[in-house]
Design a protein around this ligand. Structure first.
Ligand code: PMP
Length: 431
């Protein structure tokens, strides 16, 4: 239950913002709730305006791998702001962060900074279409790649839970250029390629899906997608907006050792400031203006505040990775999952879950989830009860089972203990 101040704030917001929010999922519709309004955050905790404190597994939907208000990131932003918030001419900082991203991501030779994940995926598709002179794109049911017209086709995330596979306002002719197939099913993809392979510009995939809960690729699946796209002259775009620098320092491409042609980023690279990026092979990225004819620009792209925060965050990740940061985050996620599974078993409630790097998924589902269909069979009502009970106990997850959970570098055993005891109480309330 949201407190009185959050409830009043939401009523006020609804008069001037569509649904009271600036991004749909924040309205807590999937869990039939009223959102708590953030006051501030500190480390692994978020505080609302009613004075409640929550152990945070939402982490601003992924960017906050260093938790809230990390002193080094705050300082980087303050220092940058004191020198000017935007210049409209190049800064050396943009080159430095590009060099850092390229050094850590195995398939990248050239990168372009943008302001959001949506911009990154839109732009990568434009490059792919230009490079192949084809127009069809293939996406996977339940994967979300931002809100460009041609991605609002069987997208996951809030789009799925709101039941808006095709948003009004998206022309049919545009939606028809996107073909959606089930995740983790190579046979369906192969059949599609056999039928229309010569028309397919690119396949875009979340290498670990984070917008239908956290769903792992089956062993060998991503490799098979890589081989199929290559053999038909289509490009493979890894959407690493969530997985980049999160499932491992080198993202999913390092973790599964696959070189996509293009990759998109967001979230972690901005450490909580508005950032996205897309990059890949030099011959493809040199097609982007002003090197080449594919137009894409941005007044605030490469913004010094965002670049400074992102660079410090990546430098800290590189250091911490040497000390096992990603293994630690995964182990933390695995421990939350195993407590969840044990409680489910004990109380006779069907549950499932898994963790990878700094992501994990909890499902009220009997047995493995591997695509949108299987995730959709999870019990939404039980998740709703769990979500609200956990909030009541001071722990916050995403307000939908269709979203991955995030662990940060600053979650410790203390937060793990709080989470476990909150879960025990929460399971008492689930019917
Ligand atoms: N791709 C993926 C995989 C995402 O999860 C998201 C956002 N959740 C996006 C793209 C779009 O990013 P943004 O919201 O920054 O536009």
């Amino acid at each position: 239950m949201a407190g009185p101040k959050s409830t009043a704030a939401f009523e006020r917001a609804k008069r001037v913002l569509p649904g009271g929010v600036n991004s749909p999922v924040r309205a807590f519709k999937s869990v039939h709730g009223t959102p708590y309004f953030a006051d501030h955050g500190e480390g692994a905790y978020i505080y609302d305006i009613d004075g409640n404190r929550y152990v945070d597994y939402l982490m601003s939907w992924g960017p906050l791998i260093w938790g809230h208000a990390h002193p080094k990131i705050v300082k980087a932003v303050q220092d940058a702001a004191s020198r000017g918030t935007s210049f409209g001419v190049p800064t050396e900082l943009e080159t430095v962060i590009a060099e850092k991203i390229i050094s850590l991501m195995q398939s990248l030779e050239v990168v372009r900074m943008v302001n959001s994940g949506t911009e990154a995926t839109m732009s990568a598709v434009r490059v792919a279409r230009a490079a192949t002179n084809r127009s069809l794109i293939v996406k996977f049911i339940g994967c979300y790649h931002g809100h460009a017209d041609y991605f609002l086709v069987k997208a996951g995330s809030e789009v799925a839970s709101l039941g808006l596979p095709d948003s009004p306002g998206v022309p049919r002719e545009v939606a028809e250029r996107t073909l959606a197939v089930p995740y983790n099913d190579i046979d369906v993809l192969r059949d599609l390629f056999l039928e229309r392979g010569e028309e397919i510009a690119a396949v875009i995939i979340e290498p670990v899906a984070g917008n239908m809960g956290c769903v792992l690729p089956k062993p060998g699946y991503l490799q098979a997608v890589r081989e199929l796209t290559r053999s038909f002259g289509s490009l493979l775009i890894f959407d690493e907006v969530i997985t980049g620098f999160r499932v491992g320092l080198g993202g999913a491409q390092r973790r599964f050792d696959i070189d996509p042609d293009l990759t998109t980023f967001g979230k972690v690279i901005g450490a909580g400031l508005p950032v996205g990026a897309y990059g890949g092979r030099r011959d493809l990225m040199e097609m982007v203006a002003p090197s080449g004819p594919v137009y894409q620009g941005g007044t605030l792209s490469g913004n010094p505040l965002a670049m400074s925060a992102g660079l410090v965050s990546l430098q800290m990740l590189e250091e911490a990775a040497k000390d096992g940061l990603y293994e630690r985050m995964q182990s933390y996620g695995e421990q939350v999952v195993s407590s969840f599974l044990a409680l489910g078993k004990e109380r006779g409630i069907p549950v499932y879950g898994h963790a990878i790097g700094g992501m994990f998924g909890l499902f009220f589902h009997d047995g493995p989830v591997y695509d949108f269909d299987s995730v959709s069979k999870s019990d939404a009502s039980k998740y709703e009860q769990f979500f609200h009970a956990m909030l009541g106990e001071g722990v916050t997850f995403a307000p939908s089972q269709m979203e991955t959970a995030f662990v940060s570098a600053v979650h410790t055993d203390r937060e793990l203990d709080l989470t476990r005891s909150a879960m025990e109480k929460a399971f008492n309330t689930i019917r």
